[in-house]
Design a protein around this ligand. Sequence first.
Ligand code: GTP
Ligand code: MG
Ligand code: ZN
Length: 306
Amino acid sequence: MSEKPAPQLGRVLHGINNIFTVRVEDKSYLCRLKGKRLSSGDRRYNALAPGDEVYCELDATQSTGMITEAAPRRNAFVRWNPKRNAPQTIAANLDLVLVLASVDTPPFRPRFLDAVLVAAEHAGISAGVVLNKFDLGPDEEVLERMAVYASLGYQVFGCSAVAGKGVSEILEASRDLAVLLVGQSGVGKSTLLNALVPEAEAKIGDLSAKYNRGRHTTRFAAAFDHPEAGLIIDSPGVREFNLQLFEAGELSYAFPEMREPATRCRFSTCTHSHEPGCEVRAALDNGLIHPDRYESYLRLLDRSCI
Ligand SMILES: Nc1nc2c(ncn2[C@@H]2O[C@H](COP(=O)(O)OP(=O)(O)OP(=O)(O)O)[C@@H](O)[C@H]2O)c(=O)[nH]1
Ligand SMILES: [Mg+2]
Ligand SMILES: [Zn+2]
């Protein structure tokens, strides 16, 4: 009897109906799970996400394979899926999460951005903000918000994905990294993906004239690799970005500007909302924390904390 070849390590690009496209070296294979449940070191809700590393038994002649095991994740970017009432891993093993917003159509929504940044901080993944549709002319208020993000240490980009302007800076910052694009429907994630990786040929949606927002064109998260850009992962737009349940302390820790003052509050259980002797609110009063970021914190505290 001939010996079975040893399973090879590959990377999940995407999966639909439990069929996964896995990249092993420079070839793609259509793979399914061997057995009903996948063995992995950590317990997880959805079996695999783009960016996951897996071991596969491959059939090179047919470009197919069986996934025998999932490798441990370095990190995972997770949102709360309100429809399924469960956490959902959008992508794994990331180096950078880029949250996209548009100057207009759909209108700029800082709450969405802040929720995504909190999720990235919580997962321990670097994050950046991309303001797309620059051709529509950003107003002062939006530019001020971008300056706040930059002052907090987030990478900030302005681009027009349709015109290809500002895209080379994003490509440069993505070099050799695994990068996830997140944002509301219609902000231009797939358009940006196509500008970064022309081979991706991702479908681009219309904007609804009535609601001034996107039409949920991208249906599932998918990774595309590019010799220069590393791995770029496009994801479906969601109307609201919901967080997993957090403890209040974890939430303020995910706001870099609150981290240090929060250690000086009078009460160790301070939620920085109403308590006396709160140093976070003192920092807010002294102009060290932007009021709009504090507003995002309060909304998330109300919605996502136990
Ligand atoms: N004016 C302008 N329009 C843009 C730009 N980038 C994308 N668009 C348009 O915005 C619309 C939505 O673009 P998509 O790339 O499909 O948006 P998406 O974020 O992938 O949306 P979902 O897949 O639904 O989440 C399309 O009509 C694009 O042509 C830009 O830089 N400027
Ligand atoms: Mg899309
Ligand atoms: Zn406090």
